[in-house]
Design a binder for this molecule. Structure first.
Ligand SMILES: C[S@@+](CC[C@H](N)C(=O)[O-])C[C@H]1O[C@@H](n2cnc3c(N)ncnc32)[C@H](O)[C@@H]1O
Length: 238
């Protein structure tokens, strides 16, 4: 384990998290896009859900939304198609680098906050996090929260580098963690380094958070990222 681990407050002021070279400008579709990173077009997903549940407002939450460009493009399309009153899109990011948003009243709300302490105003049909978990300290706490923020038939999809979740001796938590996440109802796609989930759940993972290492160096994206350290705890006997 590194000799210095950061708590959330220190991590959030770290140069690695504030890094201005980070790709915060992914579009909805195309080469540098959410559709490419998630493997599906989130606006198409939301639009299909409107058709299935026309009586309710569909909620899409994007964690670590960066400039919010993808969300703005989705909100513009919904407004053009006169569907914006049927959807709420919430984007949350630690830094206020948001692209200029249209006047309030449309589908989109961009909020400057850390998702480690943010509380959602509602449950969401779709929760996305594109290359955001790499910069968080307690990644497993965020995954636990996300599971409780989904609607009954909600969907979660995010990039996750399992190698960035480490045990006190420095080893990646690896397969054992992947099994614990699967048992807790998450789907792990190791090939694409993604995590997903369908529907909510009360998640309790056998790991205690120790702190974050912002000196872990570049991860598979080529950008410096944050390793998160945990102690294994024994699951309660049933
Ligand atoms: C690589 S960028 C991805 C941005 C966006 N999802 C995209 O793909 O264009 C990662 C984002 O995570 C944000 N971030 C890091 N720590 C965060 C935290 N604790 N809470 C909310 N956002 C955070 C950063 O500010 C940054 O905008």
């Amino acid at each position: 384990m590194p000799d210095r681990l950061l708590d959330d407050e220190a991590l959030e002021s770290s140069a690695v998290v504030a890094n201005s070279a980070m790709n915060r400008e992914r579009q909805l579709a195309g080469v540098n896009s959410y559709t490419r990173e998630l493997g599906f077009n989130p606006l198409d997903w939301v639009t299909a859900r409107i058709g299935q549940s026309p009586q309710t407002t569909i909620g899409w939450l994007d964690l670590c939304c960066g400039t919010g460009r993808c969300l703005l493009q989705a909100a513009d399309t919904l407004a053009r198609d006169r569907l914006d009153h049927l959807v709420t899109i919430v984007g949350v990011d630690l830094v206020d680098f948001f692209d200029p948003t249209p006047a309030p009243g449309g589908a989109l709300q961009l909020t400057c906050a850390s998702i480690t302490s943010w509380s959602p105003p509602r449950r969401f049909d779709l929760i996305t996090c594109v290359h955001g978990l790499h910069y968080l300290g307690d990644k497993l706490a965020v995954l636990t929260n996300v599971a409780s923020w989904l609607t009954d038939d909600g969907r979660f999809s995010a990039d996750l580098d399992l190698d960035s979740i480490r045990l006190a001796d420095g080893r990646p938590a690896g397969r054992k963690l992947a099994s614990a996440l699967r048992e807790a109802g998450f789907a792990i796609d190791t090939r694409h380094r993604r995590i997903g989930r369908n529907g909510p759940g009360v998640v309790s993972l056998p790991y205690t958070y120790l702190g974050a290492d912002d000196r872990a160096g570049p991860n598979y994206t080529g950008q410096p990222a944050v390793n998160s350290y945990y102690a294994e705890t024994h699951p309660p006997r049933s």
